[in-house]
Design a protein around this ligand. Sequence first.
Ligand SMILES: *[C@@H]1O[C@H](CO)[C@@H](O)[C@H](O)[C@H]1NC(C)=O
Length: 355
Amino acid sequence: MGKLMVLTVLVAALAVLIGERFFALRKTTLAYRELTQNHLPNCELIKGIEIGAEDITILEDGQAFISSGLKYPGLPRYTDAPGKIYVLNPSSGADPIELHIKGDFDTASFGPHGISVYTDEEDGSRYLFVVNHPHENSQVEIFQYVEEESTLVHMKTIKHELLHNVNDIVAVGVENFYATNDHYFTNEYLMPLEALLSLYWCNVVYYSPEAVHVVAGGLFSANGINISPDKKHLYVSDLMDHSIVVLNIQKDNTLSRVKKVAVGSLCDNIEVESKTGDLWMGCHPNGVKLLLNDPNDPPGSEVIRIQNIHSDEPVVTQVYSDNGSVLIGSSVATPYKGKLLIGSVYHKALICDLE
Ligand SMILES: *[C@@H]1O[C@H](CO)[C@@H](O)[C@H](O)[C@H]1NC(C)=O
């Protein structure tokens, strides 16, 4: 072949490659997706939640913890105000209460992300685990919850090289947890390569004071994580793979992959209903809209439920959807006694009736 011919072939190949990657990226981000409204009855915005309710976790007694004020590089946010943790009881009709933070802790740079509660069976103490991003770092805070004083007492900050891009956690002991990393690279210029090249390089890390290990890998973008009521399985949302991955917890705390369930949306946090074992997810119907946050074409919201996830035929249902006129960027949903709480990455939170 002549030089010109080689050049033409190379340019053509490059154009095909770029085109192929462009379409793959549109597919990954569900950029084409438009929503039809699927509203629930009697939805009301939760008072006082204005800078997101990225994660919500609810206790058996109905107390829901809300993390508000995420600071996440690359995502839009409405304010630089310090993040906060609220408690709300959805059946009481009362407004959320902001928890005071005590102890040696920098509240000014608090940027709470995924949260999880662990109850010590010996003495009933409750610990709130919070993924925190102060100054764009990634670390996990452990607080003791003192209900009578509406206070979180800071106990410990955990940093580790394997906890480099933590998104969400699930606590399994007083100082033990599983955490997801939502990126492989920590360099912000390299991060976009993961989506661009469809790299399944994210993982799940097990942390205990004695040992820290990667316990599952091969995820495109590991996001929400939670545990089954019988504590035998973990569920991880692979956001960019549009699936929920089911993992078996082994005796040595490592994980083995059981299967994945397609959800057709970019699902964020996972909440597990204790009575039924159903999974509830706040999802992003369109990833491009979430990043652009155009007020004239806002990102929407979508709540998806999975029933019978361990059976051969899990049932995946869209429970709620909104085109962004009510709630922008839903990231979590949790049912409680006929109500549904829905939180968002950087917008508001809703409470609805589940009929
Ligand atoms: C969302 O849908 C409603 C109809 O339910 C419509 O009035 C509104 O303009 C739509 N908003 C956007 C941003 O598409």
